[in-house]
Write a protein that binds this ligand. Structure first.
Ligand code: SF4
Ligand code: SF4
Length: 465
């Protein structure tokens, strides 16, 4: 399958290629619900003293993925609603992972590879592994049909793989070796951008001789680094065995867990965007206070988004710390007043996919985006821009019209399930339609309908028995 669609967005506030370490926090607030995990099983008690790497909570719906303490200190379960707080922080070296008696049966049953997977789960590295088709956490004890390692995270503002690769190339290649040791004969696809750079040459030199790594080069265009799109591109079919998708930070976490046997507590996130004082890549720990990030890195009157410009979600006032699965914080200036007659302005400072502003005469430039909508919502004008950019080969404006008609069966038949929620259709839509949001809701409605139908079928079967 050929890659299609995609679009690169130029924005102000993209971080440079260097890493900074965040200043020391004096308190940590771990949100118990994040985008990917719900740490509903709290494993500590109020007032308990915990050490670095101790399990604070687990997500029982995702193979008990743990939330690990990133500092030693005292637990407070009351201070912030829906958060687990650690105060009276003290610095401590992480303890080395030790075998527990109950793991002996895994060793006997699955051998050293099974034990390694268990270790990845317990040391917090498993949260980086995703099923390429569903986006869910795969079963750590399952065997995939292939692994896709994507070095390209191309969503505007997020930390790209090359920032980490420049610093940790040796650890990355060692992480690939560890991944291979979990497999039997299944391939690992290493996805690199189709451009000639010193870094790409160094990576290829480092992995020369790794016959089990297949290099795949793709154009540097958002969202071609997405593992679902890459699975389809590589012709890997959704089947009984899943396809694991991992980014560079995940491979480094796997190396940390299996080489040093230490818990994965460090995160590298981008703190950037048009509202950042100094766009940067920040090394910090989960639970790091958001108030501290805002005071040190954000300009006044900014909103913070958990994630990138296109797929992130608003960090509301009640979120107090960096979520464990946060990949970046995008800072957007909050426009307090409406632009007067915004729709008739020539737009020298605005970008548009339709090249309808005067800026299209000035060539490419990074836009200073704010949270302003600039104008009213309009009906779909059938411009087809959304179809042009959609990398999933579906027709977003058709889906939009079917959703508007409430024809959920046709929405399903039009393959809404192929949508990877990259956000490009919403971004380019001149009518400012919230397409991705509509598609997310429609997918949920379809899933709920199917679940209800299955429940009714099960009940009927039980009655007839
Ligand atoms: S329909 Fe889905 S995959 Fe296509 S552009 Fe929109 S969000 Fe992306
Ligand atoms: S980009 Fe917006 S206005 Fe244009 S066809 Fe798609 S939904 Fe309609």
């Amino acid at each position: 399958m050929r890659l299609r669609g995609g679009h690169n967005i130029k924005l102000q506030g993209v971080p440079g290629g260097f890493l900074e370490t965040a200043s020391s926090p004096d308190i940590l607030h771990y949100p118990l619900e994040t985008k990917s995990f719900n740490y509903s099983q709290v494993c500590v008690t109020d007032g308990q003293t915990v050490g670095l790497g101790d399990v604070l909570a687990k997500d029982p719906d995702n193979y008990d993925v743990p939330l690990l303490a990133s500092c030693s200190g005292r637990v407070d379960l009351e201070m912030t609603p829906r958060h687990l707080t650690i105060k009276d922080l003290a610095t401590e070296e992480p303890k080395e992972y030790s075998y527990k008696d109950e793991q002996e049966h895994i060793h006997k049953k699955m051998g050293p590879a099974g034990l390694k997977r268990y270790k990845l789960l317990n040391l917090g590295a498993w949260e980086y592994v995703r099923d390429a088709y569903t986006g869910a956490t795969p079963d750590p004890l399952s065997t995939p049909q292939a692994i896709i390692v994507s070095t390209m995270r191309l969503e505007p503002i997020l930390t790209k793989g090359d920032v980490l690769l420049k610093e940790y190339l040796r650890q990355f290649t060692r992480g690939l070796e560890h991944l291979q040791s979990l497999l039997e004969y299944q391939p690992i696809y290493l996805v690199l951008p189709k451009i000639k750079t010193d870094l790409a040459t160094r990576i290829k030199e480092q992995i020369r001789g790794y016959a089990w790594v297949k290099i795949v080069e793709v154009p540097l265009k958002y969202p071609y680094g997405n593992v679902t799109i890459l699975s389809r591109y590589l012709g890997l079919k959704r089947g009984q065995e899943s396809i694991w998708g991992i980014n560079v930070d995940g491979v480094l976490a796997i190396d940390g867990a299996l080489t040093a046997s230490k818990p994965c507590i460090d995160r590298v996130i981008s703190v950037a965007g048009p509202g950042a004082k100094r766009p940067t890549h920040l090394k910090l720990v989960a639970g790091y206070p958001l108030a501290k990030i805002m005071s040190e890195h954000a300009q006044p009157d900014c909103v913070a988004i958990d994630g990138g410009m296109l797929t992130g979600s608003l960090l509301t006032q009640d979120v107090k710390g960096v979520p464990a699965d946060c990949k970046g914080i995008t800072l957007l200036p909050e426009q307090q007043s409406r632009e007067f007659l915004a729709f008739i302005r020539p737009g020298f400072d605005r970008q548009s996919y339709s090249a309808c502003f005067m800026s299209s005469l000035c060539g490419d430039f990074p836009e200073r985006l704010t949270n302003a909508v600039r104008g009213e919502l309009r009906p779909c004008v059938s411009c087809n821009f959304c179809e042009d950019v959609c990398p999933a080969r579906i027709i977003p404006h058709r889906l939009h019209k079917l959703i508007y008609q409430d024809d959920i069966d046709q929405v399903e038949r039009s393959r809404i399930d192929l949508c990877i929620e990259c956000g490009l259709c919403s971004y380019v839509c001149p009518s400012k339609l919230e397409l991705v949001h509509q598609f997310q809701q429609a997918k949920q409605a379809i899933a709920a309908e199917k679940a209800a139908a299955k429940e009714a079928e099960d009940e009927q079967q039980t009655d007839s028995e």
